[in-house]
Design a protein around this ligand. Structure first.
Ligand code: GLU
Length: 480
């Protein structure tokens, strides 16, 4: 049988990292096994619905490279793929379930339901309406009394299934409640819609968060009453912020879009989240989507919660950044240069060349270039470098020479700057490092910069470099 998995997000306007991981694992499992990956929109909770959220889901899956074979925009014969467009289907199946004894109409009003609360406020429905006669039901339905349809769960016995990740799950029937399948607005609850849809869409493997691990027995009872084959289940461990707290979309700490805005590359995010709860046999860490497809297996899925480590994702992102072509690097970097101090002042490409090997995420760019505009009074101890044997005195010699050299250069470019500065060292009895280090400090007022004296002078240009060197020389003389 062809493997068919699905991703069933609710259109809430967020794509939490945990949801994206579910999508990714479902996709990887399907593709590893030559199967299909289906996108279904679970929008029956109208209160959570956000306009434009469906387009948002497409856009994120696209950025992540997770391509669906079927979905609202790609009919594969199992549609509609949006739950709110399937309303009649659910009602029809709910009625069938009633006929088979797996569900019943419930007309209890809020007052009666509230009265069922125990001393802890927990309400467990008491199957009151299960005992209504056929005539009573007909009469209430025809006179328009509001109703819901509830699942009829056996009062005794045990349900059991084997989760592909967590093994055998057993739940006594008495621990389960006759939950609502069709709400009074005629729309199904998740508990019902997921069963009907997974069956009609011929889903063979269901992947979702562990929060559904213990309600799956209820779903299985419905499959059994319908006489449908149960799918296989893989419940996925939660993703935690730390040992105690789950990552939460409410705190905005784990949304795909936020990470993109922060300057992560989609392929690095996808790579990182693939490893959040799954490990390849090879222990390799940097893996492309197609390598993930090849390597993905259920054995590698962990039972224990995964801890989301943004630093690790940054590190991985840095590896991806370094492997980009310079052109692609700049495509991503431009907007961050635009919001930095170098906008309209210095050459983005020149800075880009210095930064590609140094940053881990693009949003580091503005702070990585800020130093260039922070030039002003600085502490002369910056010229002291033990290993390099430099201090303000040596700097005075170097800067005086550098000014002469710079004034003399006609075509102010990196090669000229380098060759002329280094060329003078021998005659002056200086080491190359002494010259380059002190000129860098003289140009920037910083002991460490991305790129050295030559790159800094080239970026600043002849006039600004001369102005800065003169300022620095003045500073040394003032404190001498
Ligand atoms: N709509 C559910 C959610 O977003 C999907 C759960 C499932 O995959 O079955 O949590």
């Amino acid at each position: 049988m062809k493997v068919r998995t699905r991703f069933a997000p609710s259109p809430t306007g967020f794509m939490h990292i945990g949801n994206l991981r579910t999508a990714l694992y479902s996709y990887l499992y399907a593709k590893h096994n030559g199967g299909d990956f289906i996108l279904r929109i679970e929008d029956t909770d109208r209160e959570r619905y956000v306009d434009g959220a469906v387009e948002f889901i497409y856009s994120i899956l696209k950025q992540a490279g997770i391509e669906h074979d079927e979905g609202p925009d790609k009919d594969g014969g199992c549609g509609p793929y949006v739950q709110s467009e399937r309303k009649d289907i659910y009602l029809q199946y709910a009625k069938e379930l009633i006929k088979k004894g797996g569900a019943y109409y419930c007309f209890c009003d809020k007052e009666r339901l509230d009265s069922l609360a125990d001393e802890n406020g927990i309400k467990k429905y008491d199957k009151h309406c299960l005992n209504l006669s056929r005539e009573e039901i007909e009469q209430k339905l025809s006179s328009g009394v509001p109703y819901v349809i509830r699942q009829n769960i056996p009062t005794e016995g045990m349900t059991e299934y084997t989760d592909m990740v967590y093994g055998t799950i057993r739940v006594p029937c008495e621990d389960m409640e006759d939950g609502v399948l069709i709400k009074s607005d005629g729309l199904p609850t998740y508990n019902f819609a997921n069963v009907v849809d997974d069956h009609l869409m011929r889903i063979t493997h269901v992947m979702r968060g562990t929060e559904y691990l213990s309600s799956t027995p209820k779903y299985n009872l419905m499959y059994d009453v319908f006489g449908w084959e149960r799918p296989q289940y893989m419940h996925l461990p939660p993703i935690m912020k730390d040992a105690q707290h789950k990552l939460s979309k409410r705190y905005g700490d784990a949304n795909f879009e936020d990470f993109i805005d922060k300057g992560f590359l989609p392929e690095a995010i996808v790579n990182y989240i693939a490893l959040l709860g799954w490990a390849p046999k090879s222990n390799e860490e940097k893996m492309s989507l197609s390598e993930l497809v090849d390597a993905f297996d259920v054995d590698g899925i962990s039972h224990s919660p995964a801890i989301f480590d943004e630093n690790k994702m940054k590190w991985l992102n840095g590896r991806y950044i370094r492997e980009l072509s310079f052109e692609d690097f700049m495509k991503h970097a431009v907007k961050f240069f635009d919001s930095s101090v170098i906008k309209d002042k210095y050459d983005y490409n020149k800075f880009g060349k210095l930064l590609q090997g140094r940053i881990e995420i693009f949003s580091e760019i503005p702070s990585a270039v800020a130093f260039i505009e922070e030039f002003g009074e600085y502490d002369l101890s910056l010229f002291e470098h033990k290993k390099m044997k430099t201090d303000a005195k040596i700097a005075e010699v170097c800067l005086t020479e550098a000014i002469k050299i710079f004034e003399d250069i006609k075509d102010f470019n990196e090669t000229e700057i380098h060759d002329r500065l280094v060329g003078r060292c021998e005659e002056l009895g200086l080491k190359k490092g002494q010259m380059l280090f002190t000129v860098r400090v003289g140009l920037t007022g910083c002991a460490s910069t991305p790129g050295g004296a030559v790159e800094m002078a080239d970026i600043l240009g002849k006039d600004e470099s001369l102005r800065r060197l003169a300022f620095s020389l003045g500073l040394i003389k003032k404190h001498a």
